[in-house]
Design a protein around this ligand. Structure first.
Ligand SMILES: C[S@@+](CC[C@H](N)C(=O)[O-])C[C@H]1O[C@@H](n2cnc3c(N)ncnc32)[C@H](O)[C@@H]1O
Length: 304
């Protein structure tokens, strides 16, 4: 779960999409970002820690209009996977995809009826070290999905300060907020969740202990201090492998990955409870096709 392989990102993407669709029903994103464009009439967006570009796939059709995207990550394998992932998505969604040199072009229409045209470039940067090199002054929207739990409070404050000075809107999607609920429950859920949450707070390379489940609270505080108006729609993952149907195999696969990842991290964190955590993993895997897991996430949309 911490390796961020393309396979892991692919496994989670349909659940991310469903979670964000639920959040979108409570917030009209285009009206929050409306009127934000550069001198050339295009909305310039930076996607921090882009992975294979899932955040762009979610946002470009919802935002509509002419857009310029800079997709940033430190992992060259994930950056190389962006163009094929966008091409596959465009083909499946009826959008147009073309590549000219290092610029990817997308054109299409979102489910909301808005037409969009996006020019996309990828950029390899270590965001922990190189944050200050980003072109905030030339950007109207700074966004990230599934990133804030990895970063430190100092790094997040620095990001909000720099984006705030340039009056960029901010959109942080899919921030884990510490809520985890299984149905059916197990007597050791709490033991594993507590150790897993402590493991999430370990340093993930962003200049200090990671925020983990505290990310939302910390971000809201820093955004308010910087003068942002903040919207917080819930974007929970619902991973239901208990219901027969076409989405059951995907739910079972993601649940399995969650169980394995949580058990491994919890055992590393609480070595004294390794036997109990191992037994929890066995029981959870045995219950796989009868379980429903809700993982609490919150989206944050901040307007200067
Ligand atoms: C959970 S994944 C999210 C990927 C993508 N935003 C998504 O929603 O599918 C976290 C991403 O952070 C990137 N990342 C981690 N540390 C980084 C750093 N120091 N600089 C740039 N990217 C980093 C990883 O390579 C990975 O793509």
């Amino acid at each position: 779960m911490n390796g961020f392989t393309s396979d892991w990102l692919t496994l989670r993407e349909p659940f991310d999409r469903a979670a964000r669709a639920a959040a979108a029903t409570t917030l009209d994103l285009p009206s929050c970002i409306a009127g934000r464009s550069g001198d050339d009439g295009m909305l310039s967006a930076i996607d921090l820690a882009c992975g294979t570009g899932a955040n762009l796939r979610e946002l470009a059709p919802r935002l509509g209009g002419a857009q310029r995207w800079r997709l940033i990550d430190h992992d060259p394998l994930l950056l190389n996977a962006v163009a094929p992932a966008l091409a596959r998505w465009a083909s499946a969604s009826g959008h147009r995809f073309e590549q000219h040199g290092d610029v990817l072009h997308l054109e299409g229409r979102g489910e909301n009826g808005l037409a969009f045209a996006a020019a996309v470039q990828t950029l390899r940067l270590d965001l922990a070290r190189d944050l200050h090199t980003l072109p905030f002054a030339d950007t109207q929207l700074v966004t990230a999905s599934a990133l804030l739990d990895l970063v430190s409070a100092d790094w997040l404050r620095a990001l909000i300060d720099q984006a705030g000075a340039a009056r960029c809107a901010l959109l942080f999607a899919l921030n884990v907020d510490g809520r985890t609920a299984w149905d059916p429950t197990d007597g050791d859920d709490e033991l594993v969740h507590t150790a897993f949450a402590a493991h999430q707070r370990r340093d993930k390379g962003f200049l200090g202990p990671a925020l983990g489940g505290q990310a939302v609270e910390q971000a809201v505080q820093s955004l308010n201090t910087a003068g942002y108006r903040v919207f917080q729609p819930a974007s929970d993952w619902i991973i239901d492998a208990s219901q027969p149907g076409p989405s059951r195999p995907a739910a079972a696969a993601l649940q399995r990955a969650m169980i394995e990842g949580m058990a491994a991290a919890a055992s590393e964190q609480a070595t004294e409870n390794e036997a109990a955590i191992c037994a929890w993993r066995e029981r959870r895997l045995a219950l796989l096709e009868r379980s429903r897991l809700r993982v609490g996430h919150t989206d944050l949309i901040a307007v200067p």
